[in-house]
Design a protein around this ligand. Structure first.
Ligand SMILES: [Zn+2]
Length: 453
């Protein structure tokens, strides 16, 4: 029998389980066989993976496609993802009426995306809550996000007038009835922030550390407490997205118990690699803010022991010109999907000694499990042939010009990370090699919509 593709003699990474030397045979876009060392197979094409890790392609659970250019983000940001070893993403979709907007947005992704993609719904109104079951069914979306930092005046400035604790709780009651439903929440107590912010502004502060001081970690933790408490009462699985602080993780650890609805934790690469004292100025402005080294270490400990469920990029592909003129007016968020994996390998495996199978778990298998993405996230017969082949020892120098993103900067510009994706494969087809998008993938994007149940 001849296979379509053979990934030959690699160190196969099984999320949460371990690493084993072997080969992977692919047919019709799926994993057809796993071969032990020495077992032979014929294939039309062979990729020599000796000395390399072969991981499931990453699924980035947190991206903001459309925040750069609505017209072209699916194209450019999926290229950036492919270069970084990411073969799937979930992006937040938000509009006044999700019933009208979701179909056209999905069609744009199907035309443009090089990688598979799915949606989380942004819930900001009573209409969203009421129409959630029908939208979940029709569009295959099982996850929503509620933005507690857009309560009151900050929300009104963005056009949201209905965000309050009642909306949060009502969303939980609805999501609890949806199969695999989960409510993600942006936790930051926006009502207390001005108490810190106004004196900092009055003192003329204009630095990245001030952004942390205006919304300290305990304001996240306070919201986390409310969310996990409501989640227990509503019997709804909840997810603390982009968790930034040690105190927040502590609260989750204490609140988890057998019999209650699950509490998931997502953190992001920047909370694992940067602090409020990193010398990157306004480029490092993000919500929630970058924290201290102690917070960084607590989140890594959470990845090591399983307290953290998933890790994403919170990719926001805006231009450098929006990151100013001062810390108060600069836009929040930055690009990151293309550097997610090198950062996690460098900081997690090389610097802190985490096993690579833990990195694979939080970026593939756990994402697939949490968001009901079937057939992906693991190396096993029958699964989609989505892989990233990684050279553990090769360094990447971060240069925004090579990231393929709409964005023209990186908060990691000039930094070096050890652990480079050398080949990205989606359903057996090559998307990128050595940091370059494959010409065929560039010419004919083949990403599919992840309809979830
Ligand atoms: Zn958020």
């Amino acid at each position: 029998m001849t296979f379509d593709l053979l990934l030959s003699g690699g160190e196969l990474v099984f999320p949460n389980a371990g690493v084993r030397t072997g080969s992977i045979a692919v047919r019709d876009g799926r994993i057809a066989a796993l071969l032990a060392p020495g077992e032979q197979a014929r294939a039309r094409r062979t990729v020599d993976c000796r000395g390399k890790w072969v991981m499931p392609g990453l699924i980035d659970p947190h991206t903001h496609i459309g925040f750069g250019s609505n017209e072209t983000d699916f194209l450019t940001e999926s290229r950036s993802a492919a270069v970084g070893g990411v073969t799937g993403l979930l992006t937040f979709h938000r509009s006044n009426d999700l019933r009208q907007s979701t179909g056209p947005w999905r069609e744009r992704g199907e035309r443009q995306s090089l990688i598979d993609f799915g949606f989380h719904f942004g819930v900001t109104s009573r209409l969203h809550v009421e129409t959630l079951p029908e939208c979940a069914r029709e569009f295959g979306v099982t996850s929503v996000k509620v933005y507690l930092m857009y309560k009151g005046a900050p929300g009104a400035a963005k056009g949201f007038t209905e965000i309050d604790d009642g909306l949060l709780y009502a969303a939980m009651l609805q999501a609890a009835r949806i199969p695999n439903g989960v409510v993600g929440v942006h936790c930051e107590n926006v009502e207390v922030i001005p108490v810190f912010r106004e004196p900092l502004k009055a003192a003329g502060r204009n630095d990245l550390t001030a952004w942390d001081e205006q919304s300290p970690g305990f304001l996240e933790a306070e919201n986390v407490f409310r969310v996990v408490y409501f989640g227990e009462k509503a019997e709804c699985p909840v997810n603390i997205v982009h968790m930034s602080s040690a105190e927040s993780l502590d609260i989750v650890r204490r609140a988890r118990k057998p019999g209650r609805a699950p509490i998931h934790v997502e953190t992001c690469a920047h909370y694992l690699a940067l602090t409020s004292r990193s010398p990157i100025g306004f480029l490092g402005k993000v919500n929630p803010p970058l924290r201290s080294q102690g917070d960084v270490e607590a989140l890594w400990e959470g990845i090591r022991d399983g307290a953290v469920t998933t890790v994403g990029s919170d990719h926001v592909p805006r231009k450098r010109e929006t990151k100013g003129p001062d810390i108060w007016k600069a836009s929040a968020g930055f690009p990151g999907i293309g550097v997610l994996l090198p950062i996690l390998i460098h900081e997690g495996v090389h610097k802190r000694g985490l096993p690579i199978e833990r990195i694979a778990a939080v970026t593939s298998a756990n994402v697939a499990d949490l968001y009901a993405i079937t057939g992906k996230g693991r190396i096993a017969v029958g699964m989609d042939a989505d892989f990233v082949v990684v050279d553990p020892d090769r360094e990447v120098l971060i240069d925004a010009a090579t990231q393929e993103s709409f964005s023209d900067y990186s908060p990691y510009e000039g930094m070096r990370f050890k652990g480079a994706p050398v080949c990205t494969i989606l359903r057996g087809c090559t998307l990128a090699v050595d940091g370059i998008v494959h010409p065929e993938a560039r010419a004919a994007p083949s990403g599919r919509y992840l309809h979830r149940r």
